[in-house]
Design a binder for this molecule. Sequence first.
Ligand code: BTN
Length: 269
Amino acid sequence: MQMDQQTLESALQGLGLGGVRYYPRVGSTNDEAARWALEGAPDMALVAADEQTAGRGRLGRRWLTPAGAALAFSLVLYPGQAIPTTLPRLTALGALAVCTALEEHYHLAAQIKWPNDVLVARRKVAGVLVEAQWQGAELGAVVLGIGINVATQAVSAAPTLDYPASTLETELGAAPDRLELLRQVLSASRHWRECVARPEFLQAWEAHLAFRNEWVQVWPGNLTAGQAATPWYEGQICGLAADGALQLYTATGAVVSVEAGEIKLRPKE
Ligand code: BTN
């Protein structure tokens, strides 16, 4: 279904959204949501766009959102007090919401490539970008941005430097309706938000971890040409710590907790 302000508002009724702003074409929905937050956006305010001209991913990477082919949206959230444990969980909240919507409504087995990618058949179909607004040491609003590759045109034909990409159309044989998918992901986000601080959230996150028991390397995320090409860590993914850090079982038998970085499968020797 075609997206516009009115169809979006009526399709998303009853989800507890604080407001909806739709843009046929925008730089980045995360930027619009951040601007709205500075003007006092309500909790669960949604910004959605058909096309992004300056969509971005983690580590300043470009995120492609061609018109009519993808879902690109951002939610404004006010997480309240429990910052240290809740903030890293918000990225997982977005990823988990996409995974559960894909599982429940499309029977796709979706997994989370820690910390923020959603994979189907080991290829990336969605990404999550969380950006926080601080007032000194106080956390103000958080913008939770989600991009989903729906139709085949959503990904560039050129191989990405980041990670092999796919689309829901490729995985399902037909592109799902974007409005329905948006509703399903927002509804799942609402569910996961209610239990974000509870043990079952961590359990669900852990159960969706991609590459469990596989050997991976963790690389600095922002390597520039000429920098030493050495991974920070190498080990088998064995789970998550309570704060959401990735746990690796290393060759020496030690378990290390990884708080940041880029996961790559260890190349075969
Ligand atoms: C990543 O894979 O690194 C994260 C991608 C996040 C993309 C979404 S699309 C909606 C929102 N607006 C942006 O500019 N980025 C996020």
